[in-house]
Design a binder for this molecule. Structure first.
Ligand code: MN3
Length: 240
């Protein structure tokens, strides 16, 4: 299945039935005349991976990515879209759904799926082929100021990933004027505690079991050393 189909769920060559009547598209670049615009795309689709499924090998295998992105992440997105139908949340972002349902006991399933959708998109952006190493510039200064040294940071981040009991996430967040390492259970997200996520590592077993089995520490250290996207973290800092 190509990216276009994955993202939209609709192949452009298909006949599209819109609110305005039958609308025929003739392929890429064809003019659509005499037919209504397609419905505004929901903001709740599966975001594209920022790299190919095999791009993180050997740290994370293509097989893991096929399941993790193509099955797990997609299932959270699909379930969210299903659950918001007919509610006032059908056209808002995963982040907004997460915020609006976090304190609603009767919306736990929606919260879990929306938060997991957001968390996974953020996780893919937290990684890059050829990543890892030390950050530069402002981020390097902030790491030093917050943890004392880059080695201390690495130790703390790996430790959070390893000691999160059961399913969850390890995060690097901006908390006030310093960085902090925190961990959350299941779908929980530090945004809900007023912290700004800059990087994350998924420590649900589905994230590493095919490649590392029970060796979560090996997975966490390999991700930190070889995949962390410090440019993405810096872009989050710039927006803070
Ligand atoms: Mn996951």
């Amino acid at each position: 299945m190509n990216d276009e189909v994955i993202q939209s769920g609709v192949n452009r060559r298909d006949f599209l039935l819109t609110a305005g009547g039958l609308c025929v598209t003739l392929g890429m670049g064809a003019l659509q005349t005499g037919c209504a615009q397609s419905p505004a795309p929901s903001s709740l689709g599966l975001p594209p991976l920022p790299y190919k499924e095999d791009a993180l090998e050997p740290v994370i295998s293509r097989k893991t990515m096929e399941f993790h992105y193509g099955k797990h992440h997609k299932a959270y997105v699909d379930k969210t879209a299903e659950l918001v139908k007919g509610t006032g949340l059908a056209n808002v972002s995963f982040l907004e759904i997460m915020k609006q349902t976090a304190a609603a006991p009767d919306k736990t399933v929606l919260f879990n799926n929306a938060a997991q959708s957001w968390n996974h998109d953020f996780f893919w952006k937290s990684l890059m082929p050829g990543g890892g190493g030390k950050p530069e510039g402002e981020m390097a200064k902030l790491v030093e100021k917050s943890f004392g040294s880059f080695d201390n940071f690495k130790r703390d981040f790996a430790n959070a990933a390893v000691t999160q009991f059961g399913s969850g996430w390890a995060w690097v967040v901006l908390d006030g004027d310093k960085l902090a390492v925190v961990k959350t259970s299941n779908a929980e997200n530090p945004i809900l505690k007023g912290q700004k996520p800059l990087l994350t590592i998924d420590v649900w077993e589905h994230a590493y079991y095919l490649d590392y089995q029970n060796r979560r520490a090996d997975y966490a250290n390999a991700v930190i050393d070889k995949l962390l996207n410090w440019n993405f973290a810096a872009s989050g800092l710039a927006k803070a």
